[in-house]
Design a protein around this ligand. Structure first.
Ligand code: ZN
Length: 314
């Protein structure tokens, strides 16, 4: 049996995990992300933590296939990161740098893409060949797997599906600089904004009006409790999601669409809502797509990172 490390590098913590080659997580831990001095200590800290783990557990180096890492920014297929604002990094070949520090093969990818690969390996997309993962969190991220391979793209921006345009007449600007991106409607913040807009335009009574600070969860909870306005708001959310996912389906023709991120905690009702409108954005050939919920939660990134290096070097 061979082993690998999966590393999920975030702006405040680095999640590390040790896996066997079949995708079983054997141990996981975290270290803080030191973003001082333009993040120059980050890779050194990761290398030291891995070395420590090997030493403490008396694991021979030859058992290790390598280290995979998800990075919060675009990573091109040659391992070069092109600016990670969260970390203070400019242009940096992270694969080469971490390889030099550890002596192990390293493979890096964008964190959202890598999380998709994790769900594909042992999570909500397990057993399928073609998969789209959609992460509905504070923003909207994703990853696309075609014939078992992660789509990286020419500039490491493959799967940046949160910035597909959904409503070109949108007056507010998205974080990316465009107007009317999917992320502006389908993220947790987007659901709240949809609710606020609805409540401003309509006089209908709603329990949501009594809340001081409205959250995405409040909207789903009120809908589940039969609040008529919340049900109509969620209907708008489901239509937006269906149009978005329908466009992805006619582009990728996946076996399965896996939905993760905070919004997916709404669970089965979310999938049912999307299923109600999805057929109208599909063509005949893509009608049988499965919808499923992500199962790995915050560990998806570490799983996928390990899978990335196993695919490259095993
Ligand atoms: Zn955008």
């Amino acid at each position: 049996m061979k082993y690998g490390f999966g590393i999920d590098l975030g702006g405040t913590t680095v999640k590390l995990a040790y896996f066997d080659e079949n995708g079983k997580m054997l141990h996981k831990w975290e270290i803080p992300t030191d973003t001082s001095e333009n993040g120059k200590n980050i890779l050194r800290d990761i290398a030291a933590s891995v070395e420590n783990y090997l030493k403490e557990n008396q694991i021979p180096r030859e058992d290790i296939i390598g280290l995979g890492m998800g990075v919060p920014g675009p990573v091109s297929s040659d391992g070069v990161v092109h600016t990670c604002i969260n970390l203070g990094w400019g242009v940096l070949n992270v694969e080469q740098a971490l390889q030099e520090l550890t002596g192990f093969p390293v493979k890096a990818g964008n964190d959202a893409n890598v999380a998709a690969l994790g769900e594909y390996w042992v999570g909500g997309g397990k057993g399928y060949k073609n998969m789209v993962m959609v992460t509905l969190g504070t923003g909207v991220g994703g990853g696309i797997i075609v014939e078992g391979k992660l789509l990286c793209g020419a500039h490491g921006a493959g799967g940046e599906i949160g910035h597909m345009t959904l409503h070109r007449e949108e007056p507010l600007r998205c974080n990316c600089g465009k107007y009317g991106c999917v992320e502006q409607y389908c993220s947790a913040t987007g659901v709240v904004r949809t609710a606020q807009r609805y409540l401003e335009k309509n006089d209908a009574p709603s329990s949501l009006r009594e809340l001081e600070k409205l959250t995405c969860k409040d909207v789903f909870d009120a809908g589940a409790n039969g609040d008529a306005a919340a049900i109509e708001i969620l209907d708008i959310v489901y239509q937006n999601l269906a149009e978005f996912l329908g466009n992805l389906c006619v582009t990728v023709d996946p076996d399965v669409v896996v939905i993760g991120g905070g919004v997916s905690k709404a669970g089965e009702p979310l999938l049912e809502g999307i299923r109600k409108y999805l057929p109208q954005y599909q063509i005949h050939a893509t009608r049988n797509v499965e919808l499923s919920l992500a199962t790995l939660g915050n560990d998806a990134g570490a799983y996928g990172a390990c899978k990335l290096v196993l695919d490259a070097y095993k």
